[in-house]
Design a binder for this molecule. Structure first.
Ligand SMILES: CC(C)(COP(=O)(O)OP(=O)(O)OC[C@H]1O[C@@H](n2cnc3c(N)ncnc32)[C@H](O)[C@@H]1OP(=O)(O)O)[C@@H](O)C(=O)NCCC(=O)NCCS
Length: 157
């Protein structure tokens, strides 16, 4: 297990965020990430990063929290491929939950591809439950599963 340091991301972290995004399975548009981080729209969208606790402190992964009224929306969670399965995603998600609770959100909700068994396993470990299925939600026609959990998030024993 890895114990990363979790921090808010700013425009200074843009190169590392773009690097991890570009190498991921479903990259976001660079323009969207640039605008989110450079225009400092932290009131609406919050980027949290997990950093290694070594002097050069590389970014290991990040998560993006949005909101709809009193519900936090996990818009993205992404861990650098070489650091996966070491607990980084779990730590990031717990931090997103704490952040959402601090912002007075009642629940955290997300959408995940039906085929993304790894992410679904992670969410289930943190007590997310399926709410409904959005048929053909993704551009390739794949279904999305909508999951949510109460806050603060709890690790299932
Ligand atoms: C999903 C993701 C964020 C998980 O990050 P991670 O740092 O590897 O997650 P963790 O190490 O904290 O995993 C915690 C648990 O989740 C489950 N899990 C995570 N990845 C898994 C995988 N690929 N297969 C099966 N179970 C997995 C396991 O139960 C794991 O515990 P274990 O390693 O003790 O068995 C990472 O795989 C990723 O970035 N994927 C690409 C982006 C993505 O799919 N994001 C989700 C979009 S909705």
């Amino acid at each position: 297990m890895y114990l990363p340091e979790i921090n808010f991301l700013t425009a200074n972290n843009l190169p590392e965020v773009l690097r991890i995004n570009a190498a991921s399975e479903s990259p976001w548009s660079e323009a969207v990430i640039r605008s989110d981080l450079q225009e400092n729209s932290q009131n609406e969208i919050t980027y949290l990063g997990a950093f290694a606790t070594v002097p050069e402190a590389p970014l290991l992964g990040y998560a993006v929290l949005g909101r709809e009224k009193r519900v936090g929306i996990l818009m993205s969670i992404l861990v650098d491929k070489i650091y996966r399965r070491r607990g980084v995603g779990t730590q990031l998600l717990l931090a997103v939950g704490d952040c959402a609770a601090y912002l007075n959100m009642r629940r955290l909700r997300l959408r995940v591809r039906k085929s993304n068994a790894g992410a679904i396993a992670l969410y289930s470990k943190l007590s997310f439950v399926g709410e409904n299925v959005r048929r053909g939600y993704y551009s390739n026609g794949e279904d999305a599963i909508v999951m949510s959990a109460g806050l603060p998030l709890k690790l299932k024993s």
